[in-house]
Design a protein around this ligand. Sequence first.
Ligand code: ADP
Ligand code: MG
Length: 348
Amino acid sequence: MKFLDYFSKNIGVDLGTANSLVYVAGRGIVIREPSVAAVNNKTGQVLAIGDEAKKMVGRTPAHITVIRPLINGVISDFEMTQEMLKYFFKKIGAEGRAFHYHRAVIGAPSNLTEVERKSVEDAVIGAGATKAYVLEEPLAAAIGARLPISEPTANAVIDIGGGTTEIAIISMGGIVTSKSLKLAGDRLNEDIIRFVREEFKLAIGEPTAEELKIAIGTALPVPEKLEMAIRGRDMATGLPKELVLKETQVRAAIARSLKIMVDSAREVIESTPPELVGDILKNGIHLCGGGSLLKGLDKLLEKELLVPVEIIDDPLTAVARGCGMAVEQFDKYYSVVNNPLRPRDIKI
Ligand code: ADP
Ligand code: MG
């Protein structure tokens, strides 16, 4: 009992732009909710957080706004991030355990400035953790995927989230080359909204765009014909209108953004030392994050980069599991989690 209590005081946190997950050491993932909050603009009161708030997106009256406290992996609203974390921590506590935590390992994008990094640590400490350690997301994902990160071989990871795409080549416990691209799943939704507006003069909300992306979005042509009916507002008449979209149209809408992702991955590989490039060819690239589930994206990367690409099992939880494992085996991962002096050879 005492042993378990000790473990339950350490947590791993994946504070994502789209989704937040909390892993309690010895227990696993206990919180998995959207990183959103609904706020009353008049009073500043927080009305709902997480799942409850996500249901309100695009459906609120004028005095209620659903906000995302994180933008592109960076905290944009500190107070709200802290509120959100407090809410999640309390939820865990409601299951009969204390909601004060000893040590927290938090996943964050790899190119944060000192100030942004400090803000992530402070938010977690403010929400109830004693010590906070930031673990770069690609490293967290690689640990979560049980890749041999400490070996002198290349572990290539691409984490496509809501706000950022993290591309990193890891060797000997550190990031050798990396790029944090502020273009990911959210941008694809925006592309779809714009496309539908420009091509069909139909205004649709973000939830509809996301639904389209998940249901019929594809990175490469698929053998079957996919289509989906959507409803929105006809911009000419101002009235509701229904329309059927095909997968070819959604693919056209997101093609440019996908090309930027592919080009960025290519740039990272091009600036990686040749020995490690040889390893990538052998070990392949590991994809994670919600964006990696876009149909055919793995095949598109494989085709464009000429290396094997594979999606990590349970790609949406890899970072949280990695942070959880790092906090459970803190001594083993100490140098990975807490190494400000780690050489960052080539940053592009
Ligand atoms: P973050 O780490 O930024 O919180 P996640 O890894 O949770 O992000 O991924 C969220 C993103 O993944 C969202 O943009 C969402 O639309 C996208 N996503 C989730 N499932 C799918 C899917 N099946 N196909 C395409 N995109 C998806
Ligand atoms: Mg993420």
